[in-house]
Design a protein around this ligand. Structure first.
Ligand SMILES: [Fe+2]
Length: 198
């Protein structure tokens, strides 16, 4: 029985993690890898952002990252249960992303990855929030509309108010984007793609 059409739930929680220790460790890691970072490795970063993926760099063996992964797994399991899905989600890979002034993330999704987490390790007030796009926007994008409206699809953007220390979880099929960072301080996130085993 189909119970919902386009069910979408998003979770914003504060995981139980020592953020100051994690910030210190990540900044050290960023310094070590600074000259060898892969910019725009996944094709959606714009400007001078930097991204380090656990597929290339061995930062997950760091003790604080093991603590971090245990803390977010608790939240992931709880969210997966809330979504009413079967199977067990586990991390596929993790990326540290450092957004410099005026850099941004173009619209993209993580499909076919089932679940995505973003942890806001460093985010000052005034730094831009993530914008999630309702899948209905694709259906209405090419519909005729009045001259006063640029596009129906703009109606479906949902901005999430997030702050430092927040963990955001959402299904991988949801498109999302982030406007240019206009603050002087870098925004740093840790994002993880989750796969599911049955
Ligand atoms: Fe993303």
């Amino acid at each position: 029985m189909i119970k919902y059409l386009f069910p979408t739930k998003v979770s914003i929680v504060k995981p139980n993690i020592d953020i100051v220790r994690l910030q210190t460790a990540v900044k050290e890691i960023c310094k070590i890898y600074n000259n060898s970072s892969l910019t725009d490795a996944y094709g959606c970063l714009r400007g001078n952002s930097k991204l380090w993926s656990s597929e290339t760099y061995d930062f997950l063996s760091h003790e604080i990252f093991q603590e971090f992964n245990r803390a977010i797994q608790v939240e992931i399991d709880s969210f997966w249960k809330e979504l009413n899905y079967s199977g067990s989600p586990s991390p596929l890979f993790t990326a540290i992303v450092e957004y410099k002034h005026n850099s941004y993330v173009d619209i993209h999704s993580h499909a076919p990855v089932p679940l995505v987490s973003i942890f806001y390790l460093q985010k000052t007030k005034g730094s831009d929030n993530i914008m999630l796009v309702d899948p209905n926007a694709d259906i209405l994008h090419y519909q005729p509309h009045g001259l006063a409206l640029t596009s129906y699809s703009d109606w479906f953007n949902q901005e999430l108010q997030v702050e430092e220390g927040d963990l955001v979880l959402f299904p991988g099929y949801l498109k999302h984007k982030i406007k240019p960072t206009m603050t002087q301080e870098d925004r740093i996130v840790i994002t993880t793609n989750f796969g599911v085993s049955y």
